[in-house]
Write a protein that binds this ligand. Sequence first.
Ligand code: ZN
Length: 132
Amino acid sequence: MASIKRNKFDSVFSDYIRYRDKWTCQRCNKKYPVKTRGLQCSHFYGRRSYATRFEPANAMALCYRCHVHVAEYPMEHVDLWESKFTKEETDYINHLHYRTNVKKNQIETEETYQKLRRMLNAEKDKGFTRVK
Ligand SMILES: [Zn+2]
């Protein structure tokens, strides 16, 4: 899982996913402190797939143990993924993964980076106003 080098895009996307999921593992529901490394951004289609690498519906927060578990049990991974997202969302991700060919330099642009940062900041802002 840690075989591909993480860049600034991965870093901001990972923070976005973990804030969106409220620093809670989406499989075992354990809550983690903000910025912990114990909670990871797990991709459904791995990061080698640039078409889906920075798509919110292709990723969720999982703790290390659950991340390893879903890698070992792919059918459970599918169930978990389909339980978290709508059919439209998973259809869209499947479409991107199987029907499009996105190259690294097409997706890793300044525009993508700024978009991811805006998404992250929006999630961070929610945290300030929310009671929980
Ligand atoms: Zn977990």
